[in-house]
Design a protein around this ligand. Structure first.
Ligand code: ACO
Length: 362
């Protein structure tokens, strides 16, 4: 059975390792627990890219260079923001990234990394009829993204929670979007082309499109009143419970716990605490429903369930969740694309033809 490339090893990498049996994620040799809540976004960029991007600035210089890249993206997008604002947010972010130069130089890399953190708050504000807020190059990347959303001056804990999220999702083996990015990079196309491939794959609800629907699921269950009835009906009708199940993990996704801890630590309002308590109850009921309905398949909580809770608490609306995912994963896509170009060959698998053969004429 070749349909989902299960167990096929398609690349060798020094970037990250997913142990689906033990439920462990290692990024650049460090366990996730040493990254989530410990490294800010700039440090994650260094961790993944320092040996792949020649001359990548370090420390304060990287913060300044990334800030400059955010300003560069903002000025390139400004003339077209009204047209972009007519699109759905994810499509607008993708279209904004598509106009960036398709190179592989260090400047191209930083501009691409900056792009979703500029475009996401910009498009959200325009959709809400608010005036855009320009980046401030002096701020930390995560804090500036929230400032562009209009949340400057609020609790620094929000920016730290966003850093935790971005570090948690920065890379994850050969997931669908990273594979797509590596395939494009293997043709020697530029980084914008690779990132656009990653963005396309990330959008779907089986991958990075899941966290928005997690909120819809929680709200629908709250409206129905009886969680078990709602969840059993959903599974019986062939629906998938968003935020559960994984191709690789045969146990709990370690990122779920990293994010759950971050939401708990955040505890910014009584409503957020109430939301978390409700979600924890739903999680337990969902796991019990899934165990009963699919006894032959281990279905556990994945990263997206607590992503939804964390991003909601930080202040993003559900329609922007996948864009915020891209804000973190873009570093992984770029690292994989550069690694592929340095060490890999053109990725060109084969297909088995199973269609008809017409008789030859004459
Ligand atoms: N809810 C209900 N049933 C499920 C779920 C789920 N979340 N996930 C898998 N199943 C069931 C399938 O219906 C199937 O049942 P069947 O054998 O009776 O037909 C069985 O489990 C195996 O499913 P597959 O599709 O083979 O599993 P696969 O490895 O392809 O799926 C995936 C992985 C796509 C993540 C799946 O678990 C899913 O759809 N989850 C919900 C969406 C989601 O949370 N996506 C985010 C994943 S994390 C990430 O990408 C960042």
């Amino acid at each position: 059975m070749v349909s989902g490339l299960d167990d096929v090893v398609a690349a060798e990498t020094t970037l990250s390792d997913v142990d689906g049996v033990a439920g462990k994620l290692v990024i650049r040799g460090r366990p996730l627990a040493g990254i989530a809540g410990h490294l800010d976004f700039e440090s994650v960029v260094t961790l993944l890219l320092e040996d792949l991007v020649p001359g990548l600035p370090q420390g304060e210089a990287l913060r300044a260079a990334l800030g400059k890249a955010r300003l560069d993206v903002f000025s390139r997008i400004a003339p077209m923001m009204d047209q972009l604002a007519r699109l759905d947010i994810y499509d607008a972010v993708r279209a904004g990234i598509a106009v960036l130069p398709d190179g592989i130089a260090p400047d191209d890399t930083l501009r691409l990394i900056a792009a979703p953190a500029v475009l996401t708050p910009l498009m959200l504000r325009l959709a809400a009829g608010q005036r855009p807020i320009e980046p401030d190059a002096a701020r930390r990347h995560a804090a500036d993204c929230l400032a562009m959303l209009g949340r400057h001056g609020e609790d620094e804990r929000l920016a730290c929670a966003l850093d935790t999220y971005l570090g948690t999702v920065c890379d994850h083996g050969l997931n669908a979007s990273t594979f797509a990015a590596r395939v494009v990079a293997s043709t020697r196309a530029g980084l914008t082309s690779s990132v656009l491939a990653g963005l396309g794959a990330l959008k779907g609800p089986l991958h990075g499109g899941a966290p928005g629907p997690v909120i819809a699921m929680l709200d629908a269950i709250a409206a129905e009143g009886d969680a078990r009835v709602w969840l059993e009906r959903e599974v019986a009708q062939g629906g998938r419970l968003m935020g559960f199940g994984h191709r690789i993990y045969r146990t709990r996704d370690p990122r779920a716990d990293a994010l759950k801890a971050a939401v708990r630590q955040l505890g910014v309002s009584p409503q957020a605490a109430e939301r978390l308590a409700f979600a924890e109850k739903i999680e337990q009921t969902a796991l019990s429903v899934l165990r009963a309905a699919k006894p032959n398949r281990v279905l556990e909580t994945n990263v997206e369930f607590y992503t939804a809770l964390l991003l909601e608490a930080v202040g993003f609306p559900p329609e922007a969740f996948t864009c915020v995912f891209a804000m973190g994963r873009i570093v992984g896509w770029i690292a994989h694309a550069l690694e592929q170009q340095r060490t890999g060959r053109l990725i060109r698998p084969q297909s088995r033809y199973i269609g008809p053969i017409c008789a030859e004429a004459g």
